[in-house]
Design a binder for this molecule. Structure first.
Ligand SMILES: [Zn+2]
Length: 177
């Protein structure tokens, strides 16, 4: 299970987890705070004591990886029972402009699925992508963005498309992390 912490990407400060949110773990935070808020993305970008809004949930995407990854967005589908599929947009501190998309799930407050392969119904994938675009106002499908015309698509959305990378959670056997 990866460890998660809050860290300021501007000054590097690393306050105690519970000094930033009220839930004891990332899975509890997602279940009890982020999902009930309607995926309010401001909850993922807190103001640091350095006054910059750069405090984000941070982790190492692989064990032993010296590079840190921070979460820019998390959008999920309203839980179906206790099953909560999600799309995470992250960036690596070594290359902050490149955006990564990661599909994950959790069951209730269990973080088990966060490191597991996620299998989505095709309809769920479509709903996740639409939820992401609605909540973040960023486009994922470059062709769809083009169809809406240049007057509608913001430069920010286009940049986001160009820098997007797609990744799926590790599918290999568990390596003991
Ligand atoms: Zn700071």
């Amino acid at each position: 299970m990866a460890r998660y912490w809050w860290q300021c990407t501007a000054c590097g400060d690393r306050p105690a987890w519970l000094a930033v949110c009220q839930s004891r773990s990332i899975a509890a935070f997602i279940w009890d705070e982020l999902a009930p808020s309607g995926w309010d993305q401001r909850l993922l970008r807190r103001t640091c004591k350095c006054k910059r809004p750069s405090l984000r949930i941070t982790y190492r995407s692989q064990r032993g990886d010296p590079d840190r990854t921070s979460i820019r967005h998390i959008v999920g589908l309203s839980p179906d029972g206790d099953y909560l599929p999600m799309l995470w947009e992250t960036f690596r501190h070594s290359s902050p402009r490149r955006r990564w998309i990661d599909f994950k799930y959790q069951r209730g407050r269990s973080p088990w699925g966060l490191t597991k392969r996620v299998v989505l119904e095709k309809a769920q994938l479509g709903r996740l992508l639409r939820a992401y675009e609605r909540v973040t106002r960023l486009a994922i499908d470059a062709r769809a963005a083009t169809r809406t015309g240049p007057g509608v698509t913001s430069g920010r959305a286009l940049r986001s498309i160009r820098h997007s990378q797609l990744t799926l959670s590790k599918t290999g056997p568990k390596t003991g992390s």
